[in-house]
Design a protein around this ligand. Structure first.
Ligand code: AMP
Length: 118
């Protein structure tokens, strides 16, 4: 973990200092609706662990990363996105478009996705 800011917005959501529209929580992660959705369905899945970026995860996080992906897929199924398809995105760092420095998976669905991404 490098340079984790404990006051980033997702850390504050985890501490329940600011509200979020939760769709899932368990002992390892929380998921909620994005405040500025980029698709009809736009969820964020975040670990409870203080990891700033995907690249800060280590071998000890292998199970956690797998769990986040399985939760993302389960939520996509529950939201009715699985048949038509959806996208899971992780932005890492400035050039990756990461604005919030707490690892998060975007789950986007309900419309056609473009490729290559912007
Ligand atoms: P990224 O650019 O990958 O860091 O994505 C950060 C995402 O967090 C953006 O899609 C924002 O709309 C979303 N976001 C920022 N603040 C909040 C909040 N308080 N509740 C829910 N989503 C948020």
């Amino acid at each position: 973990m490098s340079g984790y800011d404990p006051n980033n917005v997702f850390a504050r959501i985890l501490r329940q200092e600011i509200p979020a529209r939760l769709v899932h929580e368990d002992e390892r992660c929380v998921a909620f609706r994005d405040i500025a959705p980029q698709a009809p369905t736009h969820l964020l899945v975040i670990p409870r662990k203080a990891l700033a970026r995907l690249g800060d995860a280590g071998p000890q996080d292998e199970g956690l990363l797998g769990h986040l992906l399985l939760v993302a897929a389960g939520l996509a199924r529950r939201e009715g996105l699985a048949d038509d398809g959806y996208r899971v995105v992780i932005n890492h760092g400035r050039r990756g478009g990461q604005a919030v420095s707490h690892l998060h998976l975007h789950v986007l669905g309900g419309r056609d996705m473009a490729w290559p991404p912007g």
